[in-house]
Write a protein that binds this ligand. Sequence first.
Ligand SMILES: Cc1cc2nc3c(=O)[nH]c(=O)nc-3n(C[C@H](O)[C@H](O)[C@H](O)COP(=O)(O)O)c2cc1C
Length: 194
Amino acid sequence: METALVLYASNTGNTEKVARVLIESLHQYGWQVTDYKIGSDWKTHPIDVNDYDLLCVGSHVHWSLPSPHLVELLRAPFINPTKITPGPKCGMAFATYGGAHLGPHEADACLTYLELLFEHLGFQALEHLAIPGKTGRRINPQYFHPDLQNRPDHDDLERVALFIEELHQCPELMALMSKTMMSHQTGEKNEITV
Ligand SMILES: Cc1cc2nc3c(=O)[nH]c(=O)nc-3n(C[C@H](O)[C@H](O)[C@H](O)COP(=O)(O)O)c2cc1C
């Protein structure tokens, strides 16, 4: 069975809501899913992204960027060089954002940075997903999403499930699923050093 890791950071629960739907949807497509919510104590629960065929990495947008803990975890293999298994492996980034001024554009840097980090680790980036998420700040009707305090809402979470459905039509993921099935059958596993 293909393995997926859903690795995410969430301070106030918005990204966690998205991660939960993602996990459920991946299960429906037959993935064996491990999920890990990262916190400041992540070093005491080491996790090896190499063990997975599909990596889904999610974060709240934190001053335009991903959670510093997530960045630290994904950069760790470069600081302490380690063995990485070659592909096929795919990755997808997701984020929740407030987007007060610029809307979804405010999630772009965070998503691109996450993709860059996991592409360095050998995961080919697929489509990514940005979902609005309420903030503790006083809501301003001038905000890009005037209903921000109710997000992510039911429609947002349906969009997450639809996104996973559409992701399974993408040729890269379809190729990964068939190649992974074959390599799991033959027990093939090579390693390279980064
Ligand atoms: C300290 C802080 C900084 C934030 N920076 C941004 C930002 O630069 N751009 C943005 O769109 N949203 C920003 N937000 C809003 C969060 O990204 C948004 O509320 C997110 O959904 C929170 O996710 P969580 O509940 O999983 O922690 C910020 C929120 C906080 C508390």
